[in-house]
Design a protein around this ligand. Sequence first.
Ligand code: ZN
Ligand code: ZN
Length: 184
Amino acid sequence: MTLQTLDPRAPWVISTHDLGRRPGSMRQMSLTLPAPANLGVEMIGVPVGADVELDIRLEAVMEGVLVTGTAQAPLRGECARCLEEITSETEVGFQELFFYSAEDAAEDDSLLDGELLDLEPVFRDAVVLTLPLSPVCSEDCEGLCSECGVRLADAEPGHKHEVIDARWAKLQGLVPEDNNDQES
Ligand SMILES: [Zn+2]
Ligand SMILES: [Zn+2]
């Protein structure tokens, strides 16, 4: 828990002004916010600045403001097997209690800064949990050919390489004869 001063102009900083502090008062909102930077894991994430669609409910409770919501965000990444670009979407749910006072809150709890709360860390934690460490372009992606590196989904069906013994390769003319005889 860190006491921080929030910038009211930051996109993910939400004002609870209209809510008041009366327990039970509630406010719903739908908003579109730009995705923050560095939101992802190694191979997939939400592109910075992409539209994140949020539906949230702010609810005044005794100790603070309870935020419950869902967020939809686009994802961009790379298939862990064939390295093809992947675009998809994630939808996450989250709930966080923002405490009025640090005295009521534990070490990891979130705090209001006056009437402001910062939704970004809540959204960030929710999204990162849903991201696959090994994203795939499709469940049955066969990856790349271990011999030539071609993407197997793009190759002829049954793509494979004849494994030819080096001695036979010579006879088949696949490997040029050495021309020592002619040169000497
Ligand atoms: Zn793939
Ligand atoms: Zn191959």
